[in-house]
Write a protein that binds this ligand. Sequence first.
Ligand SMILES: NC(=O)c1ccc[n+]([C@@H]2O[C@H](COP(=O)([O-])OP(=O)(O)OC[C@H]3O[C@@H](n4cnc5c(N)ncnc54)[C@H](O)[C@@H]3O)[C@@H](O)[C@H]2O)c1
Length: 452
Amino acid sequence: MLTRRDFLRSSTVLTAAAFAGPYIVPNSVFGQNAPSNRITLGVIGCGNQSTVDIPEWLKNDDCQIVAVCDVNKASFGYKTAKQFLGREPQRDFINQFYAKKAASGQFKGCDIHSDFRELLARKDVDAVAIIAPDHWHAVMTILAAKAGKDIYCQKPLTLTIHDGQEMIKAVRQHKRILQTGSQYRSNATIRQACELVRNGRIGKLKRVETYVAENNFTGPGPGWKEMPVPEGFDYDFWLGPAPKVPYHSDRCLYRFRFILDYSGGQTTNFGCHSNDVAQWGMSADDTGPVEIEDAGAEFPPKGDLFTTPTKVAFRARYANGVVLDCKTDPISFGAKFEGTDGWLLVNGKSITCEPAVIKDSKIADNEPRLPVSQNHYRNFLDCVKSRQEPIEPVEIGHRTASLCHLGNLAMLLKRKIKWDPKKEEIIGDNEAAKMIARPLRAPWSYGMPLKA
Ligand SMILES: NC(=O)c1ccc[n+]([C@@H]2O[C@H](COP(=O)([O-])OP(=O)(O)OC[C@H]3O[C@@H](n4cnc5c(N)ncnc54)[C@H](O)[C@@H]3O)[C@@H](O)[C@H]2O)c1
C-alpha cells in the first residue's frame, strides 16, 4: 500500500488530487507547496513548550498542523500565570494563523483530540510532535512508530534508560524518522565550539563542566493536601503509565518536571541540553561514562511533593579518562571544556575561551566536521522527506538522557555507580540496576497495541 509518506517521496506516482482530502489547507495558504508535498503534523501536548514549537512548525509552508491533542481542554496554571493553554486554545491559535493566510480569511480545519491514540489512527497524519511530559515520551513514541508516523519528540527523550532502549527498537523496526527536541544541536555556535574541541584546539580534553538552572518553583512542602481535579482536565489520562496518586495542582502542568515519577528535575531538563553539548564535543554520542558519583547534591525534605534535586551535583568518568562535572549554576545552560592547552565555554550565544584566539581558529578542509543543521524543526521536516537521519536521532537522544539518568541515580543513592556503556548495564549493584527501568501502570505498556 502506498502511504502518504511514500507519496511525498515519489510525487510523480499519482496526481495530487488523489490525496487531497478535505483536511488539506488550500494552496492559497501555502504558496508553492501543493498538498502532495506537505507534511501533515499532529501535535500531542499543548502546554508551555507548545507555545514555542507550534509557531516554529507554522513557519514552514510545507508543513500543516491538522490536529492537536491534550488531556487538558483549556486552563491557566502553566509556567506563568498568564499562559492559557490546552487543546482548545492551541487549536484556535492554529486556525487563526491559517485564517490570516487564507484568501477567504476563514479557516477551521485544525481538529482536536483528547486521546492521542485517535490522532495516531488518522491516515491523514504523517508525523507527530510529542510535547507531553517525559513520562509519556516512550509509550507515545512507540505507538506513533507502530502507526507509521515520523516523530519529533521533546527532550529529555526518556524518563528511564529502559524507555530509550524500547524506543530505539520501535523506531528502527518501523523505519521511522525521530528527531530528539534538543535544539542546540542545530545551533551554529554550539557546533563551532564542538568542532574546535574535537579538532584539538584546547589540546587533549581532560574535563568538562556542564551547567543546569536552579529550580524555578518550590513544592507545597511536606503535609501537602489533595486538591479537587479541575473541570476539563483528565487527570487519570495525564498520569497514564505513572503511579495513581492524589491530585495536586503542583503535580501536573509545567511543575511535573520536579517530581521523579514524571521527570528527572533540572538534571534532565537543562541537563539534556548541556550534557548533550558535552557529549557532542567529547565525541561520546555512541557511548557513556563508566563511573558516576554524587558530588554533594541536595533534595527536598522527605514528604515534599517535589522529589528531584534542589541542587544538582554529580561527576561522571569516561573510559578515556575525561571527567564530566554536572552542577547547578547561575550559567543555567552550557558546557566548559578544559584541555591540556586551554579551555572553552559555550552557552549557545557565544564562546569564551583561553587562549582567546581559539575562537577565531578556522577548521581546515582536512579536519573532521560535524553535520550541519540550521534549524532543528526544518531539519526534521527535510529528513521526513529524504528519509536521511536527523541531527539528533533516537540513539543520541537516548545516550544524552542516559547520562542524566545515571547522574540522578548516583545522587539519589549517594554512592558510586559503575556503568557498562556497551551493554548499557549497571555493574555490581542490584538496587541501582533495577532503577534503570520502571513498571508502567496498566493498561499502558511498551508492547501494547495501537487500538485502545
Ligand atoms: N526543548 C526545550 O528547550 C524544551 C523546553 C521546555 C520543555 N520541553 C519539553 O517539553 C515537554 C513538555 O513540557 P512543558 O513545559 O510544555 O509541560 P506542560 O505541562 O506545560 O505541557 C505539557 C502538556 O501535555 C499535556 N499532556 C499530558 N499528558 C498528555 C496525554 N496523555 N495526551 C496529551 N497531552 C498530554 C498536558 O496536559 C500539558 O498541557 C517536556 O518533555 C519538556 O522537557 C523542552
